[in-house]
Design a protein around this ligand. Structure first.
Ligand code: ATP
Length: 307
């Protein structure tokens, strides 16, 4: 069953097209990642799907409900953790969850059990009497998640939930998301981290409001045409500039290594060696590698080197 569906969903702000004709479908129980750099249109998409913002044109449905005509009903069925999710620093962990339970009108009967379950689930039980303002960044995100789950939503929208959170807490956070998935909760998450994107069942690559690709991570990687060569050489920055000036395919610098997308391995190898030799740049290694999502991003969107 489809939980999220959009049809040519578009949002303009004046002359700026923040989201341009988005078409996508997310299945029940799926973890779907909307991936893109700052300003790509991720938050705009989230706000359109959660009924907070109206589209300029196009339509969307969430859990079978129309995002404009049935926006209020949608709010009862979803959990939404926005980037500015409101936690109250002067309230304890448990008081914050209770506050959201009141907001969502969670019945008093069974509420305490639900809250205790959420605390255990998010590993916050030992900290339940701590003021939210005194929690670490990772714990705050988990508390935000617990609050967004208090009314047992079937669809969860998470806007860059682990932004600025350390890698260990990020892993912890994802462990919780996988548990939720086991309960068939649909998770629509946005991220600018490509390693995080790799954890999703399917991803959509968004750039300047346009969906560049939408598939499983392997499917998206498979979109790269040709082979990827990794070059290790002296003066990598200068070498990358020289290689970019040739008719070789996508050239991207990753630290001290250069990735070059070539249509043919042997021909590509010869061309790269010839360029380096002509400039007197010693080459230390040239090998075929598996593409990462970052390679797909840099070749699909040449202007973007880091997302
Ligand atoms: N209310 C608004 N008024 C005017 N422009 C807006 C508004 N909201 C978003 N935009 C613009 O729309 C574009 C997409 O913004 P959006 O916040 O959706 O991107 P994003 O991918 O979520 O990035 P970020 O992580 O930086 O929030 C940006 O150029 C942004 O400046």
């Amino acid at each position: 069953m489809e939980t999220v569906r959009t049809r040519a969903l578009t949002r303009r702000f004046g002359d700026l097209v923040a989201l341009d004709q988005l078409n996508l479908a997310v299945e029940e129980g799926e973890i779907f990642g909307l991936v893109g750099p700052d300003g790509a249109g991720k938050t705009t998409t989230m706000r359109l799907l959660t009924g907070i913002l109206e589209p300029s044109s196009g339509e969307a449905w969430v859990d079978g409900l129309h995002a404009v005509r049935e926006a209020e009903a949608i709010k009862d069925r979803i959990g939404y953790m926005s980037q500015r999710f409101g936690l109250y620093p002067d309230l304890t962990v448990i008081e914050n969850i209770d506050f959201y339970a009141d907001l969502y009108e969670v019945p008093k009967a069974g509420r305490n059990e639900r809250i205790e379950r959420l605390l255990a689930f998010s590993n916050l039980t030992p900290f339940k009497r701590r003021l939210a303002g005194n929690l670490s960044g990772g714990m705050k995100q988990k508390l935000g998640l617990a609050c967004a789950l208090v009314h047992t939503p079937r669809v969860l929208f998470l806007d860059e939930p682990t932004n600025g959170v350390d890698p260990v807490s990020r892993r912890d956070f994802w462990r919780i998301l996988y548990q939720l998935q086991q309960e068939r909760v649909t998770i629509f998450v946005s991220t600018a981290y490509l390693d995080e994107a790799e954890r999703c069942n399917r991803i959509g690559l968004l750039h300047r409001g346009r969906l560049m690709a939408c598939d499983t991570v392997d499917g998206v990687k498979g979109l790269l045409q040709g082979a990827l060569l990794e070059v290790r050489c002296d003066s990598p920055r200068r070498a990358a500039i020289l290689l970019r000036a040739t008719d070789l395919g996508g050239v991207a610098l990753f630290g001290d290594r250069i990735h070059v997308l070539v249509p043919d391995i042997d021909q590509g190898r010869l061309s790269i060696e010839a360029v380096l030799r002509a400039e007197g740049i010693p080459c230390h290694g040239l090998q075929v590698i598996e593409p990462s999502l970052e390679d797909v991003f840099t070749s699909a969107i040449p202007a973007v080197t880091h997302v």
